[in-house]
Design a protein around this ligand. Structure first.
Ligand code: HGY
Ligand code: MN
Ligand code: MN
Length: 401
């Protein structure tokens, strides 16, 4: 097995440079197709070229760095777009660790490795959009009709990168397997003082948009018993949902009302409308189904009780994905040699592009710790030492394939 010797200063230097695109305090604001995102992708394409990898953008802005040669090769990577308020490492770490491993492998005569930064993993349009399209899980035509919170379609947004799209398609058939390095984004490794997570499975996710419509009215003259108050509808929905879900979930199940917009959102007006999202995640499809039924029944019951109209639409469904056991075993043995006694097998409570790619090839993941378990926040951070250790494990796993 050819050792792939990564260079820590190059890894950390590129991570810091990538952080500079859309940097905001200690975090980043780099949503898909924003100027910061497109500039970051152009820079990344340059770094791939400098590393001896041929950069190719596909029609939606997924960026691949392809090694010399034609045969199927290992693909590694993640995403470089961010949440509306994102951490500097979410996705970015996996992209740069992949780039570093791919170029180090070229330098020491190791196996050909391709690197990728998928587009819109963070869901400006729909969760894990770029890798969903690339993996054939949603057609480009259907994806182009997806809209962001401002009503801009994916078709309109990706037109801003039209000049970058390469002529040649880069399909999943070009690759033999996929490994994604990522920060854990949770507290497990950090609290245990461990360095590497060998991911066994990735939870599934469902997201829906809801609208309660009542009666906008005067906040002073409208008696409480005559109100059809949309906010009160949301408040009782949230409370009642927690009560009804209690019997259907495990301690690892999560559900979130992450967005809520009152209309007209004025102190002296009884809100006539509220738009909100419900997102739920679990490792079991059957449990996701049961939760979906409970969520719908609760919304229906609250609407009926409070005289509200209800509209809802699903906008993202990603099935639970097991990681490939053989790849996971190789990551485990790499962890055993690089960080003996300081690793664990674990599930992923966050969604990752590997969940989509797993539909087209063997896919697996490794985690490095997140300080205080914080992510999707400007406070997200990981020690430099842990970032380097994760890249060493990634390189060792790649060399063993
Ligand atoms: O939400 C997620 O799990 C991912 O970070 N987009
Ligand atoms: Mn991510
Ligand atoms: Mn994320």
């Amino acid at each position: 097995m050819t050792e792939i010797e990564i260079r820590p200063e190059r890894l950390l230097g590129d991570l810091e440079t990538l952080r500079g695109f859309g940097q905001c305090g200690s975090g980043v604001v780099r949503p898909a197709y924003s100027q910061a995102d497109i500039e970051a992708r152009r820079w990344l394409a340059g770094r791939m070229e400098a590393a001896g990898l041929r950069p190719v953008f596909d029609t939606v802005g997924n960026l691949f760095g392809l090694p010399p040669g034609e045969g199927p090769c290992l693909l590694m990577g993640s995403h470089s777009d961010s949440q509306p308020e994102g951490g500097w490492l979410d996705g970015a770490y996996g992209v740069i660790a992949a780039l570093e491993t791919a170029r180090a492998s070229l330098e020491c005569g190791g196996p050909p490795i391709a690197a990728v930064s998928f587009q819109d993993e963070e869901g400006r349009f729909s969760t894990l959009t770029g890798s969903r399209i690339w993996s054939g899980l949603i057609s480009l035509a259907d994806a182009d009709a997806l809209t962001d919170d401002e009503g801009i379609t994916l078709a309109e947004a990706r037109a801003s990168m039209r000049d970058l799209a390469g002529a040649e398609p880069v399909g999943p058939e070009r690759f033999s397997a996929f490994i994604e390095a990522h920060i854990e984004q949770g507290p497990v490794l950090d609290e245990a003082g461990e360095k590497i997570g060998v991911v066994e499975n990735i939870v599934g996710i469902r997201s829906e948009r809801f609208r309660f419509t009542g009666q906008q009215n005067h906040a002073g003259t409208t008696p409480m018993h005559l109100r059809r108050d949309a906010f009160q509808g949301l408040a009782s929905f949230a409370t009642e949902l927690n009560r009804r879900l209690a019997g259907a979930v495990t301690p690892a199940t999560v559900w979130t009302i992450g967005q809520a917009a009152l209309h007209p959102n004025a102190g002296s007006i009884v809100p006539g409308r509220v738009d909100f999202t419900v997102q739920w995640r679990d490792a079991e499809t059957e449990r996701l189904d049961r939760m979906e039924a409970i969520i719908h029944a609760t919304a229906d019951a609250v609407a009926a009780e409070r005289g509200l109209a209800l509209e809802r639409s699903a906008y993202a469904t990603i099935d639970p994905a097991p990681c490939d056991p053989d790849l996971a075993a190789r990551i485990e043995s790499a962890a055993k040699s690089v960080v003996p006694g300081s690793w664990r097998r674990m599930p992923s409570g966050a969604l990752h592009d590997a969940a989509n790619v797993a539909h087209r090839m063997p896919a697996a993941m490794l985690f490095v710790p997140s300080k205080r378990g914080i992510s999707h926040s400007f406070e997200e951070d990981t020690s430099r030492e842990d970032l380097v250790l994760g890249a060493r494990v990634l390189a060792r796993a790649a060399a063993s394939l």
